[in-house]
Design a protein around this ligand. Structure first.
Ligand code: CA
Length: 229
């Protein structure tokens, strides 16, 4: 699956350098935001998998953006790599204290940045270690394409697995039907909203006790919640 990376950087040549580094390294699609407020908006509204966040940004600086994203449930676990021109330890510590997952100091090597992105995505958020997701009832092995509920294997179609993987990778965040259509069906125009609902319904039924983790957000779409209280 292609990952979506948001690059929050106001200097166009650095933003483009990062974009090229990540797109060359493989399956990344990069979106650029050139101010802090635009970065917050994009992170909240779009299906972003990781943010590369410059500190010196107009309107809201990187620290403020990081704090806001960590406070919002939809982005509280969104991986963030801080990008800073400064080498001061204070900035690095502050970024990590605010919940950034890693930092890269400018000038950076594009290859190093791409490696950091891969490492942060591998670590994932809570419940996702390496290529395996686990919750109270559910276990999903992305590499083996294997799903179990209470240790009993569940047979999913390829589409159902992709749907589950997409919801899981953006868990705790609402995915609209339009996003799901783009991500899981490649924007296939012959699929309508009701067909997506049918697929989600089938997936939910197959997941049994873990099915309650797939939540309907009326009027918007669906959200995979990490664990049911
Ligand atoms: Ca900057």
């Amino acid at each position: 699956m292609r990952i979506s990376v948001l690059v929050a950087e106001d200097e166009p040549d650095i933003a483009l350098l990062v974009k090229h580094a990540l797109e060359r390294a493989g399956d990344a699609r990069v979106k650029i935001a050139s101010s802090g407020d635009a970065a917050v908006r994009a992170a909240l509204e779009e299906a972003i998998d990781l943010v590369i966040l410059d500190i010196n940004l107009p309107v809201l600086n990187g620290f403020e953006v990081c704090r806001i994203l960590r406070q919002r449930p939809a982005t509280s676990r969104l991986p963030i790599i801080m990008l800073t021109a400064r080498t001061g330890e204070v900035d690095r510590v502050r970024g990590l204290e605010l919940g950034a997952d890693d930092y890269v100091t400018k000038p950076f090597s594009p290859r190093e940045l791409a490696a950091r992105v891969r490492a942060v995505l591998r670590r994932g958020g809570s419940g996702l270690s390496g290529d395996v997701y686990t919750s109270a009832h559910l276990s999903v092995d992305f590499a083996a394409i294997a799903v179990t509920v209470d240790n009993v294997p569940v047979r999913l179609t390829r589409r159902e697995f992709e749907l589950l993987a997409c919801l899981l990778r953006h868990r705790n965040r609402v995915l609209s039907r339009v996003r799901l259509l783009e991500r899981v069906w490649g924007g296939d125009q012959t699929i309508d909203a009701r067909a997506i609902d049918v697929h989600v319904g089938r997936l939910r039924a197959k997941l049994g006790l873990a099915g309650t983790q797939v939540e309907t957000v009326i009027g918007f779409g669906y959200r995979f919640i990490d664990d049911v209280a």
